[in-house]
Design a protein around this ligand. Structure first.
Ligand code: ADP
Length: 216
């Protein structure tokens, strides 16, 4: 059997492409210069962001984020719920961490939680928005994601709406900033992490769904 040769340049290893027999180089050159159909470049996969309504302590994810206070010694709201569900070993571990500054994050095991890890972060208290609150809240999301990215056992992470409870950060602004910061931080790592925004109420979940639909 004769070897198929490119009808344009004569190179062996050509293939039949419709009516033509072409090598890869000629196929590329002909299609790229005349604007004919060409293999589409697959779209870059963006970060995977989801909305979940419910109690973050029940989620089957690799890591949940705790909206803690600077002592890391437990408190109310989501912090209290996480400590109750994880059991006393979490408090004992947190007591060795020497607290956490606003905007920073620290990681511990999840103990009795379904999640293997808890990433504790301290959101800013809302004082009207002129005291660095947006930068600090963005730092919380970034630092939590950086800890998750450093740990190959973490592929799925769930965040509560940090600072929007007792710390009074306006919910719309907090959700918009959360989505934008997570998107920006994960864009260089396509497919590496799946992030859920865990909302405690229908109203909060609707807010995130609305914002995600219009891609903040
Ligand atoms: P902060 O002090 O950072 O404001 P809070 O715990 O008071 O933290 O509230 C943060 C958010 O967590 C609020 O939107 C609140 O509704 C929500 N929340 C409280 N408990 C839970 C829970 N078990 N699971 C998920 N979200 C929760």
């Amino acid at each position: 059997m004769t070897e198929p040769r490119c009808e344009r340049c004569g190179t062996p290893d050509a293939v039949q492409l419709g009516e033509r027999t072409l090598c890869e180089t000629c196929y590329f050159e002909m299609n790229s210069c005349c604007g004919h159909e060409f293999e589409p470049v697959p779209a870059m996969e963006g970060p995977v962001l989801k909305v979940v309504k419910g109690d973050i302590t029940t989620l089957q994810v690799d890591a949940i984020v705790n909206a803690a206070n600077k002592t890391l010694l437990g408190g109310g709201g989501v912090d209290g719920a996480i400590h109750r569900a994880a059991g006393p070993k979490l408090l004992a571990k947190c007591a060795t961490l020497a607290g956490c500054k606003t905007g920073k994050a620290k990681i511990t095991p999840g103990y009795r939680l379904p999640a293997a890890f808890v990433i504790h972060t301290v959101g800013p208290v809302w004082h009207g928005g002129q005291q660095g609150e947006p930068d600090l809240l963005a730092s919380c999301y970034r630092n939590c994601l950086n800890l998750a990215l450093e740990n190959n056992a973490i592929r799925t992470v769930a965040f509560p709406s940090i600072s929007t409870g007792v710390y009074r950060y306006p919910k719309d602004q907090a959700a918009e900033l959360a989505i934008r910061t997570v998107n920006e931080t994960l864009t260089p790592f396509p497919g590496r992490l799946e992030v859920s925004f865990c909302c405690f109420s229908d109203e909060d979940a609707d807010r995130y769904r609305r914002l995600l639909a219009c891609e903040v």
